[in-house]
Design a protein around this ligand. Structure first.
Ligand SMILES: NC(=O)c1ccc[n+]([C@@H]2O[C@H](COP(=O)([O-])OP(=O)(O)OC[C@H]3O[C@@H](n4cnc5c(N)ncnc54)[C@H](O)[C@@H]3O)[C@@H](O)[C@H]2O)c1
Length: 337
């Protein structure tokens, strides 16, 4: 029988659903339909079921409510009654008051979570992405806060000019989050198309936008830059050649920037995310690369994008005043496995 103590909600983690008799049956049923094995379920154990379903493109409307009712014998409990709740983001009110923060990749995943959190903590966000419609959804979600959408490409001169123009002379922080995955191809099979596509966004886009923003930070004698790297910057076994090389370049960009602009009161740091539940997927996966990567895959839970935003906004904010040139793994420990 379902009791209040064992209630499940949309915000309960998949791990909590698996520990609940009715919940386990439901989750295992969904996993079987999606062709997921026990390992795939295990890496999702810290993800709230509601979030997983929301991130799936073909889930029918209202599915999570149906599942919650089914697990609790027809009753839909409030989140405060539930056990096994997911980690909940806690806002620091006013942390970004008076600050202008540029966030790239703001329409999806980690960038969206960063933009949303900075805005809800009082910042004026220049939210940059190539996909305009999803930027509009972000603006609607944080209604009442300051989000200026810029539908622009960080690899084009026009895109960079539009971002700088939107900042209107003030940039206190820059989060270079936009990035692309590769196809997991190893050195002997990497194509020029993938090399150029990945480096254009992950490396040259980061350099060109930062180069355009730095004069404003130098004039203000302050600024915080956070570049998003990856596990791939720490190990050779998490992606293909192009992505791994690009994220190692991000580490070099971060260290050079941190060193060169220290006298100007500008800090540059990097966050290296582990697996995170976002829209990023490898395209046309290379067979050899995928088989090598799968052999090494650590049994570490996937994180929600808000957990990455917690690390990134810390480095963007004045709370990280004494940190410069750091490469911070935010991966639940994956890099030590
Ligand atoms: N998801 C993960 O598991 C993971 C792990 C390690 C590192 N990362 C890194 O985190 C960052 C964010 O990735 P995510 O997982 O949130 O991916 P995502 O695909 O959900 O979001 C990336 C966003 O960047 C935007 N973008 C791509 N190219 C752009 C361009 N030229 N100009 C402007 N915007 C552009 C995309 O439209 C998209 O909205 C990336 O740098 C990625 O390499 C992600």
């Amino acid at each position: 029988m379902t009791t209040e103590k064992t209630a499940l909600t949309a915000n309960s983690t998949i791990g909590a659903w698996l520990q609940h008799p009715a919940g386990e049956q439901i989750v295992r049923g969904i996993a079987a339909q999606a062709g997921m094995d026990d390992h795939a379920l295990s890496v999702l154990r810290k993800v709230p079921l509601g979030l997983l379903i929301a991130s799936s493109q073909n889930a029918p409307e209202g599915l999570i409510d149906t599942l919650v009712a089914k697990a609790n014998g027809g009753r839909v409990p409030s989140d405060t009654e539930a056990t096994g709740l997911a980690w909940v983001e806690t806002i620091t009110p006013g942390r970004f008051d008076g600050k202008t923060v540029i966030v790239t990749g703001a329409a999806s995943g980690i960038g969206r979570a960063v933009a949303s959190r900075v805005a809800r903590e009082g910042g004026r966000v220049i939210a940059v992405d190539i996909t305009a419609d999803r930027l509009d959804a972000l603006v609607a979600e944080v209604d009442g806060h300051q989000v200026i959408p810029v539908a622009g490409d960080i690899t084009s001169e026009a895109g960079i000019a539009a971002i700088v123009a939107a900042a209107d002379g003030q940039v206190d922080a820059l989060a270079n989050v936009a990035g692309l995955s590769d196809d997991f191809a190893p050195m002997h099979e990497v194509s020029d198309v993938i090399l150029e596509r990945v480096f254009n966004v992950n490396v040259f886009g980061v350099i060109r936008l930062t180069r355009a923003v730095l004069p404003l930070m130098i004039a203000a004698a302050r600024g915080s830059i956070v570049n998003i790297a990856s596990e791939a910057a720490l190990r050779g076994s998490s992606s293909g050649l192009a992505y791994t090389a690009s994220k190692n370049a991000v580490v070099g960009i971060t260290k050079s920037t941190a060193f060169m602009y220290e006298p100007y009161g500008i800090r540059a740091n990097s966050v290296a995310p582990g697996g995170t539940l976002t829209g990023m997927r490898p395209v046309n996966t290379n067979e050899f690369g995928l088989s090598r990567i799968n052999k090494q895959r650590a049994d570490v839970p996937i994180a929600v994008p808000q957990a990455l935003a917690a690390s990134i906004t810390f480095l963007l904010s004045d709370d990280s005043v004494n940190i410069n040139g750091a490469i911070l793994p935010s991966d639940g420990g994956e890099s030590v496995f």
